[in-house]
Structure formats: C-alpha cells, structure tokens
Unconditional design. Structure first.
Length: 411
C-alpha cells in the first residue's frame, strides 16, 4: 500500500524546493499523467475542471475548444500556471476536438442548451465523456443523452458533484453505512444564495437556454434528494417566481425571465416525502440537508456570508438509540478551494479511477435523467399552479425499471 503522506499532493504543489533537479525529487516528484483530456467549453466551469484535473495529477489537458477567445486565453494561462509545461492544442472546431487521436476523454462544459448537440457529435468517438450538469435542458433531450451514453463504447460521467461535498459525503455515510437515522422517511434541502453570475452572452438569465432555474441550478439538489430518498420521484408541487433579480436586465433584446425563489414538495413512490427551498437574492450562501428516519436525524449544512469563509456542520441526533454527535467535515484547504468546496476534485478522482479500470462510482446515467425530470416537473407545476405527476414529463414509453438510480436505501 502506498504511504499517503509520502504521496501527498501537498508536497507536489509546493514551489519552495523549485531549485531541485528532477533526480533529487521524491516527495515533490510528479508522476507522468496517465490520460489526456480535451476540454469543450472553457468558461468558469471548464476552467474549474481544468484546475482540478491538474490538481488530481493523473491527466494533462491535451486540447481546448471554445469559440470565445478570452475563455481560451484564460484557460491556457491557467494550465501554464499549474505546472503543465506542454501547451494544449487549440481546436478550430468541435469536429477537430473529436478527431484528436491523442486525447482519452472529453470534458463538456458548454452552456446547458448546447449539451444535446455536443453529445450527438462526440458519441462514437472512442473517448470517455464527462458531461456537465444539467445533462440537457428538457427531459426529452436528457433521455436522448442517456440513450446515446448507454450505447457509447467508453465511460460517460455526468457532473452531479454535490454528492462529493464533504458534508454530504459524511451524511451519506451516516445514513447508509452507519444507518444512523434508520429507515428514511423525509428529505429536505435548502439553498439560499446570491444571484446568477455573469456568463458569456448571459445565457444563464433566460429559461430558453437553462431549461428553467429549477433545472439549471437545482438538479444537484434533486440528485441528492433522490439519492437519500431511495425511490423514484412520483409527484411534484412547486410555487415560485422572479421576485427580485434581473427585472431590468435585457440582453440581445430579450428580457431575463429566470425565477429566483421557489418552494417544492416531492412525493416518492416508496412513501418518502421531500421538500426544497430556493432563494437567490441573499448576501451569502447557505445549504442545508435534513434527513429524518425512524431512528434519528442527520442535518448537514454549509454557509458563508459574502466575502467570508465557509463553515460546515454535521449534526447526528440518535436520541436513546446511540451516541449523537456534532462535527465539521472538511477537506484539506487546497482541495476545498479548488471548486465547489472540494467536490469537483473528488469527482475528477472518481472519473480517472474509472478510466484506469478501478471502481465505478458516482452518479449513473439514470441519476442525470431523474435530476432533470424533477426540475422539469417543478417548472411545469409553477406554470400550472397545480401538482404534476413526474410521469407526465417523462418520454413516451419510458420504463423506469431500465433506468435505475443510485440506490443505497434498503427495503
């Protein structure tokens, strides 16, 4: 077994010993990368993936494609700053990226509404694929992405990384390994945060490009809720509106229309009930997960006022069943700061483990589909002012038995 201290990435990241020749390095030696990634879409999330791929240290960035020149420039500088001496190839087209024989995987981090067309182009390329969330902006397109992925000859991973956040990873351990809450009966989540950030061409302000806020922003949370519930979402009732943000924002003669607050109730087919609260006009961020069962309660949270450090907290209440606890799960700071509180790092670690023939873990194809389906049903419920059966938004002939989510819940 490798010594995890000797092999710590902390030593390999330091520059204080930069005067050493390669033959004098052991703790600070970097292994040659096993894989080469092409990155399709080099904006904020594309750059986060680049940084984490290089931080994990098992892949290099072989090529970049993005029609926005500033995004390419920023990604190129990021790669050089983080120790990769070989400059990436700059592809002139998506087809050129697909045809590159020297890359093993493609990371797709383009705007939501383009995912379906990009996936249609890259399948059959004999490259592993990583598709950012949401996998598509409609359930029909998400189903097509899943079907294409299922027929693809190489691994396909979807970017639902919140299950890798330290507080949620620990909550999963408490609920499904330690069985701290017993049988799960309710799952509630909350996200209160600042407004959508700026994007190239401001696509994230318009439902036509996002699929709606509850698809674009909240599929992460629906994935977690589905995971903890251990059943298929059957019915959704939601209320929400555009209360505060972007009322006076117009881009390309289009007025922003994304909702910025919502409340949801979800009924699962196994009797579990779920609730979700979204507010996108707060001066900071707070996320909460509460899982209640017949033997206890787990409450995971992370929060930070704008400009201040994040705080994690995990409460496990067992009553008279066993010892209760309160703790603050956290990854090493250089991992936490790498993006989304360290979850992107562990998402990449899981991806390269799979590529090297290791354990397959993380969200499966069905998880990507169901996370979009809940959001789509919620958006439709708000439009109608009534509860929506999730089956109504699923494609005709859809068979849930063939699209089984990750499920840790025991019968």
């Amino acid at each position: 077994m490798n010594n995890q201290v000797e092999n710590s990435r902390m030593f390999k990241r330091g520059s204080a010993l930069g005067y050493l020749e390669d033959e004098d390095r052991f703790l600070t030696a970097r292994a040659d990368p096993e894989f080469s990634f092409g990155v399709i879409g080099c904006g904020m999330m594309g750059q986060e993936h680049i940084y984490n791929a290089l931080l994990v240290g098992r892949a290099k960035i072989g090529g970049l494609y993005d029609p926005a020149a500033k995004s390419i420039d920023a990604a190129t500088r990021l790669i050089a700053r983080n120790g990769q001496q070989e400059a990436p190839r700059i592809y002139a087209s998506l087809a050129q990226a697909v045809a590159d024989p020297d890359t093993d995987a493609l990371i797709i981090a383009t705007p939501n509404y383009t995912h379906i067309d990009v996936v249609r182009t890259v399948v059959g390329s004999n490259k592993a694929l990583f598709v950012e969330k949401p996998i598509a902006t409609t359930v029909a397109d998400a189903f097509e992405v899943c079907q294409l992925a299922a027929a693809h000859s190489q691994p396909v991973r979807f970017g639902l990384q919140y299950r890798y956040k330290s507080v949620y990873a620990e909550a999963l351990t408490e609920v499904f390994e330690r069985r701290s809450v017993g049988r799960v009966h309710s799952v509630n989540m909350l996200e209160h945060r600042f407004p959508f950030l700026d994007k190239v061409q401001q696509w994230n302000k318009f439902s036509a490009y996002t699929g709606g806020t509850l698809v674009e922003k909240c599929c992460h949370y629906f994935d977690l809720m589905n995971l903890f519930a251990g059943g298929n979402p059957r019915q959704v009732f939601a209320v929400g509106n555009q209360a505060v943000n972007f009322h006076n924002f117009v881009y390309d003669n289009k007025k922003a229309d994304g909702l910025d607050q919502a409340q949801l109730s979800i009924q699962y087919d196994n009797g579990v009930i779920g609730g979700f609260s979204l507010c996108m006009f707060t001066p900071g961020t707070r996320e909460e997960l509460v899982v209640c069962g017949d033997a206890g309660r787990v409450h995971a949270s992370e929060s930070a006022r704008l400009g201040e450090a994040n705080e994690n907290r995990l409460e496990v209440w067992r009553g008279e069943n066993a010892a209760s606890s309160v703790r603050a799960p956290e990854y090493p700071s250089y991992i936490t700061k790498a993006g989304h509180h360290g979850s992107t790092f562990f998402e990449h670690l899981s991806f390269v483990d799979e590529l090297s023939g290791g354990v397959v873990s993380g969200p499966n194809l069905a998880d990507g589909l169901w996370s979009v389906a809940v959001g789509a049903a919620a958006q439709l419920s708000i439009e109608r002012g009534a509860a929506v059966d999730v089956a109504e938004v699923l494609p005709a002939g859809f068979d849930p038995a063939h699209w089984v989510k990750t499920n840790f819940q025991e019968d």
